[in-house]
Structures are given as structure tokens and as C-alpha cells.
Design a protein around this ligand. Sequence first.
Ligand code: RVP
Length: 508
Amino acid sequence: MAFYYDQPSRTFSEYLLIPNLTTKACIPDNVQLRTPITRFRKGEIPFLQMNLPMTSAIMQSVSDHNLAIALAGCGGISFIYGSQSIAEQADMISKVKKYKAGFVDSDSNLTPQHTLGDVLRLKARTGHSTIAITENGQSNGKLMGIVTSRDYRENQMSESEPIAGFMTPRQSLVVAMEGVSLAEANETIWQHKLNCLPVIDKEDRLLHLVFRKDHDSLKEHPLELHDSNKQLIVGAGINTRDYKERVPALIEAGADIFCIDSSDGYSEWQAETIRYLKATFGERVKVGAGNVVDREGFLYLAEAGADFIKVGIGGGSICITREQKGIGRGQATSVIEVAAARQEYLDKTGIYVPVCSDGGIVHDYHIVLALAMGADFVMLGRYFARFDESPGRKVLIGGSFVKEYWGEGSSRARNWHRYDHHSETKAGKLEFEEGVDSFIPYAGRLKDNLDITVSKIKSTMCNCGALTIPELQQKARLTTVSSTTIVEGGAHDVIQKERSSQGMAQGR
Ligand code: RVP
């Protein structure tokens, strides 16, 4: 006979936190959000920790190299999506690892033979007025000169005029040599009153541009997450089919941590993948697994050696798995049960396996609830897809800007690895969709939004009398709420004037 659970499963919106005593030491400035992401023996220091309990979803519309750079700058980790070729994914990983704050790859490049018309069209497309002129028109070609809007008069010169005739040529440019530090580059920019300093190698090939406005980027990112070489930390999504080829290529590109990406992780393929990777590359390869929603799923992947375990089926904003297949579980109930299983595993083995709550975060306070319920960090898709740094297109609809956001189970993503069960007949195609293609309100820069979210998280933690995530997990008191309590929690019985957008970063 089938097994029936006594209680319905619940979502985050069905819970609230009850405040504990807030001591005078409990102020947001004293809260720190450092959290482990890899398994560790009790009492030892985890191999990898984050400065922010947030990761970005393994999705085409969320985690590319640009978002990964922005998020690592704020202390979290992106998992670059695996639903692309191995070479493309490795390229994104290496872009993150090679990134140096303040040193940008030139995205606007032409040759001396191009014309003023080409300059104007490129400027209109990218919005950038500094154009590197290289021998072959590539961002790493031999530097021949620079064009900025100071070099031409738009309406008084012929559009057919070759760039060679009006660019600032290489011999008149102040440049810096490979290996220059950001502090030295900024000093040169300051001394020569430059807007942009090209960095070149011994053969005169262009490596980077340093812009005057990036002067403060280090001060802006005190929580930046980097490795011992000062390179940003980045993760990568993998699947249970081509990992034998994909993982070595991604290690070579510099990936710091992997996560097996699947809508249902309680499977022999995941255990096999983890065991193969650990046996082949040793403990230095870190692999998260999932997704699971119960004790059994967690214990199975923990036994297999997963470094962290991801929780959630069907709760994602673009996910229709529950509608299509009738599997899944309320996100809050899943996290609570998995966190209890993690404690059971810790008591038995002395090993702590971090838990990630993945999907279904609608409001900022849901993040604190997930942490209070035992998650060590969360994974978010919709939240990050709204920002400038995400890969989706920004579109104007009905007078408002929106961004594109599509599920990995939508036919647009064509990520059949995430959803198939190694069926040979089905391989290479999706028979039905488990996700949708959508628009979400555009929200601006990642850092601006994250600052508001983090200040809300810290403020709630102070209400709960907790200065760290483990303290929150230990002290939190949670209550379920009735539907009328939820109504009481919003503004009610008033005629509301327009609300400021500040502090509503997470609103739907
Ligand atoms: P959300 O943050 O609510 O947008 O959810 C993101 C999560 O949804 C992802 O991390 C992943 O677990 C899940 N997902 C991604 N694609 C799909 C789908 O197409 N069904 N679901």
C-alpha cells in the first residue's frame, strides 16, 4: 500500500519568525553571513566558504560569466550553466578566472581601415565611446590606436573617412605593460589625466583597458570571494552523462566547484557520477548534488560523497514540474526535513554536509526563513535574472523594462540532460516541457539590489538575536500562519499612496 504523509507540505509564505531577545550587540554591522559550501568534519575548517549565503541558478538565463563575476564580487558563487557545449562552458569559466577588477577586455574593436561610419554604428550598438583600434580588429590584436568621441566631429566629417586618418595613434598613447597592478594603472591614469589606459604585452598586443571610473571597484567589493591566487571563485553545472569529458575540461579552465544539475537527484546516476569524480580526481574535486526533497534522498547523496546537497522540486518560479508530472514538495517542508537528516548524518558520522535551498524564493525574507530552517545557503534564479549582469535580453513592454527568463526545462533551453532518465529513445530531445519562457521586471544592477536584500537579512537576524547563520539555525523560533494572518501582514484597511521602490527589490 502506498505511504501517506500525515501533514500537507508547506511553502515559505506559510511561516513567520518569532523575535528573540535582541541584545545591544545584535546590530546589523555585527552580523556576518559567512557559510560553508563543502562538507567538513566537525571542528575542522570547510575547504570552501562563501561570504554571502547566495548562489545563482544553473540556468542559461541566469549564470554566465558576467553574472558570476558580479556575484563573486559580492561574496557568493554562480554555477555557470552546463546546457551548452563543453568548450563554451569552459570559456565562460576561464573568463571569470582571468577577470581582474578594473581590467576589462575591450568589447569595441575595429581596424585602421574601418571608417567613421563603422565607429558611429558600433558606438550606437554598444553604447561605449572608447574603441580600440587593432591590426586585426580583435580585442587582443596588435594595438594601432584608440578612438574616442574627442577624435572626430560627427557632422563635419565624411562617414567614409578611414579611422587611420583621425585615431589617436599608438605612438601618442600612454600605455601600461602586462603585469601592472590596478594601483599602478590608476596612478598612471591620474598623472596623465587619462580616461582610459590600454594594457599591452611585449609584442604590443592589447590585453585590457583600465578605465578611470573603475578606480573604486576594490573598495566597492569588501566581501569579494577569491582563491589563493586572487582569482574569483566560480562553480559549474554538470550532468550525469558527459561528466567524464566535461569535468576535466572545466577543471583545466579553473572551475572551483561543481554541481550535478537535475530536477530529481535521488538517482543511481548521481551516486555513480560523484563516486567516479572522487575516485578519478580525489577529494580536491568538490561536487554538489541534487535536487532532493526528503530524508532518504539526502542520506543517499551524502553517503555517495556529495559535498553539498540541493533541495527543491517544482518550486522554481518558471517550473511546471508539479503540474506536468505530479512530483514535488512544498519548499519549506523539504528544507526542514532535509536539515533534520543532515543533523542525523552529522551525529552518526561527524561530517557536516551543507544544504542549499533551491528555487521558490519570492521575497527577501524567504531567504532568512530558509536559513533559519537549516539551509546553509540558497540558490536563486528569478532574483538574479532581473539584473543588468544576467544574460537575458532587456525589453521595453508597456512602458516598463523587463528581462527574459526561461526555465531549463523549457523547449527554449533544450536542456534534456536535466530532465531525462538516461532513456536511449528520448536522448537528445525533450518530450514535454517542465519549464516556461517568461518576462520578469528589470531591476538594475546586481550590487544595488543585493545591498538591500542583505540589509533585510541582517536586520531580521538581529530580531532573532542571531549574529551568524549557525546561531540563527540554533535559536530560530518559527510559526505557521493562517491565511488571515498573511492578509494582516500586508498593508490593509488603508488607501495606500504610491510606495517607494526602495526596499521592494524582491517584490513580484
Ligand atoms: P527561482 O529562483 O524560483 O526562479 O527558481 C530557480 C530554480 O528553478 C533553479 O535553480 C532550478 O532548480 C529550477 N528550475 C530551472 N529550470 C526549471 C524548469 O524549467 N522547470 N526549474
